[in-house]
Design a protein around this ligand. Structure first.
Ligand code: NAD
Length: 451
């Protein structure tokens, strides 16, 4: 049996291992899922929600142990690991009911007729997930699918198989065998899963992999939800609260070592306030020294793997070689560690302003006015999140002109309960969360009868 070893990115030590699923066995696994889905899908959604709900408390009861595993495997500071695990547990407790309500059938009265609008299960869902939120991403892609009555075959990232398996094991204490299965491995297992007889592929990951999945899914016209990468802009205009803007810029550039799909990746600051903003940003960056992610008080752990660090270091070196100024951080560190880094004088043509960085870098450039900021912010193939710090009503007016799925005005992008998680342009196809997002895991059907 081949195994996949998971390594601690802070130390290089092995954390544990899982058996690799032979790619040739994946069709049989999907067939088992289809068999199990029949009875699962026949239950009312609320019954499925009731079965799964105790998993929320089970996650919370084991939150310290799970957070330790998450941090050891992925590298984010323990406090952040704990907050991810706690969020998963707390969210699951209520989200199962929100999903059940969203997919409940409803009657639409007409003239002499009644139409029942149904949100039925699709069948078997492949959930393929990345490593940056290694427990939350499996929950994001699998939970709505399960409550909606599908069986799920989950393929977590090969960087973080253990915490994903721990999450699946907790749910599998409650749900019937075969309804939630896990596939471990890398590209080959992902490809085999996409090629198998699944009805929907719910994918979160890079644009490059999303494109491959879309191409591979075309033959079978398989349904897709693709949550992809981004290059999120932050616009800071004259009159903004500069302390708040700089604090946000630092937090949203360095959180999880910048390995967040809605990280701030490009900063456009008006020339009249650029010096004042940058001085504050450098001060704020000093609060992010890299260190042992398990040590109390650490806010910046290692990057998940060497290849990720090398990519970021290459982008920084390229920007500096082409005229950008390194004003904080930048020095090499041992292993997978990388310091919080601030660059100024970057230009739109540099790779660091075009290709997703996914690292702890705040890249600042100046703009003359709001129009130029909007033009440059929109000059990207991506459009997941964007944030504007400016006085009102200008801030909202600028926000309305940005082509992104989720926009924050004088705050981050996270919306009120019920908000979907959506990207525009190459940041995604389809979306999830919120009632409409939950319904994307369903087959919509209408049945019309005489009144
Ligand atoms: P990745 O695309 O390299 O891998 C994601 C998953 O796809 C892994 O499980 C991997 O094994 C699998 N995979 C690889 N090749 C495959 C193939 N040919 N067919 C099927 N599956 C395959 O992404 P990553 O490096 O793990 O994650 C980082 C990326 O995820 C970043 O681009 C980030 O922006 C994105 N992300 C997006 C969101 C969002 O909500 N939009 C959220 C988190 C992360």
């Amino acid at each position: 049996m081949t195994t996949l070893t998971s390594f601690n990115p802070a130390t290089g030590e092995p954390v544990g291992e899982v058996p690799v699923t032979p790619a040739a066995e994946i069709p049989a696994l999907v067939a088992r899922a289809r068999e199990a889905q029949r009875a699962w899908g026949a239950l009312p959604a609320q019954a499925r929600a009731d079965i799964i709900r105790p998993a929320g408390q089970a996650i919370l009861d084991r939150k310290d142990e799970l957070a330790h595993l998450l941090t050891t495997e992925q590298g984010k500071p323990l406090a952040d690991g704990l907050s991810e695990v706690t969020h998963c547990g707390e969210k699951l407790l209520t989200e199962v009911d929100e999903i059940a309500e969203a997919v409940a059938p409803r009657d639409l009265p007409g003239e002499g007729l009644v139409t029942t609008l149904r949100y039925d299960p699709l069948g078997v869902v492949a959930a393929i997930t990345p490593w940056n939120f290694p427990m939350l991403m499996p929950q994001w892609m699998a939970l709505p699918a399960l409550v909606a009555g599908n069986a799920v075959v989950l393929k977590p990232s090969e960087q973080t198989p253990l915490i994903a398996q721990a999450w699946a094991d907790i749910l599998n204490e409650l749900i019937p065998p075969g309804v939630l299965q896990t596939v471990h491995g890398a590209d080959d297992q992902g490809k085999a899963l996409v090629a198998s007889e699944v009805n929907l592929i719910a994918f979160t990951g890079s644009k490059a992999t999303g494109q491959k999945i879309m191409a591979a899914a075309a033959g079978g016209l398989k349904r897709l939800i693709l949550e992809l990468g981004s290059k999120d802009p932050l616009i800071v205009l004259e009159g903004a609260d500069l302390d708040a803007a700089a604090e946000f810029a630092a937090r949203n550039s360095f959180r999880n070592c910048g390995q967040v799909c809605v990280s701030t990746e490009r900063i456009y600051v008006q020339d009249t306030i650029a010096d004042a903003f940058t001085a504050r940003l450098i001060e704020a960056a000093k609060a992010y020294p890299a260190g042992d992610p398990l040590a109390e008080g650490t806010v910046l752990g290692p990057m998940v793997m060497r290849a990720q660090k090398d990519h970021v270091a290459r982008q920084v070196a390229d920007a500096v070689a082409r005229g950008a100024k390194l004003v904080h951080g930048g020095a090499d560190m041992p292993g997978n560690f990388m310091p919080a880094t601030v660059l100024t004088g970057v230009t739109q043509d540099m790779d660091i302003m075009r290709t997703e960085t996914f690292g702890p870098v705040a890249a600042v450039t100046t703009i003359r006015n709001a129009d130029e900021a909007v033009e440059l912010a929109n000059d990207s193939e991506y459009g997941l999140g964007a944030v504007v710090f400016a006085p009102e009503p200008l801030a909202r007016e600028v926000a309305s002109r940005i082509d992104a799925g989720m926009i924050g005005v004088n705050r981050g992008i996270h919306g009120a309960k019920g908000s979907p998680w959506a990207g525009s342009k190459h940041s995604g196809i389809g979306y999830h969360m919120g009632p409409d997002g939950h319904r994307q895991f369903c087959q919509v059907r209408t049945i019309t009868r005489n009144a």
